[in-house]
Design a protein around this ligand. Sequence first.
Ligand code: CLF
Ligand code: SF4
Length: 290
Amino acid sequence: NGPILGEELLRKISEHPCYDKNAQHKYGRIHLAVAPACNIQCNFCVREFDCVNESRPGVTSQVLTPEEALEKTRQILADYPFIKVVAIAGPGDPLANDETFETFELIRNEFPEITLCMSTNGLMLPEKLPEMLRTGVSTLTVTVNAIDPEIQAKIVDHIVYHGKVYKGVEAAKIQIKNQLDGIKAAVDAGIVVKVNTVLIPGINDKHVIEIAKKLNELGVYIMNVMPLITQGAFADLEPPTPEERKAVQEACEPYVMQMRHCRQCRADAYGLLAQDMSQMSEERRKVIKI
Ligand code: CLF
Ligand code: SF4
C-alpha cells in the first residue's frame, strides 16, 4: 500500500527524520514557530502551550516573524548542515496564519534544496492547498482523530470556519470533510502525507483502525498514533499505556505504515529528533556538530 513516489520525493523522504526511521539519527529538522493562531479548540489543548496535535506542550514557544524565522534558519543551517527539513508546526495551526506562507517563500528562495514540511488540523486544507503547492511544501501532516462525526464531536469543542463558530457534530462534519477532501487533493498533487492520530482511551481507541483503513484508500504514506497528553478538558482521562498504543499500531500496520519514533517535539525544536537543540544550553549547542 502507499503512494508511488518520484525520485526527488524518494530522496526527500530518505532524508526526513519523521518519515523514515533510518533517517532520524542522521538528519534533522527545524521548526519555525511563526503560527500562533488556531481556528479550532481541541479538548486536549491548553492554548497557552503549543499545538498538541504535533507538539509536546511545555513552555510556550517564542513566536517569530517570517524575517526572524529566515534569520534563525540561516544560522542553524550554517552550523548544522545535517538539517534537511524546515517545518512549521505551530504553536497554533499553520493554515490559520498568513505568516506560514510568507515564511515558506523566504526559505524557499534562499534554500531551494530544503524540504518544506507542515502540520495542520486540516480545517483549511482544501482552500490553502494551492498556496502550499505554490510555496513548494512537499511533506504534510494532518491530524485526524476520528472520521465519525459523533466521535470527533467529543474531541473538538468548536471550530471557527469562515468567521462562524460551529459546535458538536455540525463542526465535526465540516472538519472531517475538509480533512479527507484535503488529504486526497494533497496526495493527488504529489505531496507526501502523514497523518497523526491522538489515541484517546474510551473515546477513539476502538475507532483508530477505521481511520487507518480510510488512510489506505486515500494514499497516505505513514500514520503516527500518538499517546494522549492529559490536560485541558481531558485532564481527568487516563493516557493509553505503551502496550495499548502498540496494539493499535499493530492493528493499523496492514493498512498504512506506522511511525513509531515520534518525539512529540516543540513548535520551536531543531536538530535531530532525539536531541532537541532548542532545549540545550548555548555552550552545549556549539559542542554538538556532525
Ligand atoms: Fe516537524 Fe512534523 Fe514535519 Fe517532522 S515533527 S512538522 S513531520 S518535521 Fe516528527 Fe516531531 Fe513527531 Fe512531528 S517527531 S512531533 S512527527
Ligand atoms: Fe490546540 Fe493544535 Fe487543536 Fe489548535 S489544532 S486547538 S493549537 S491542539
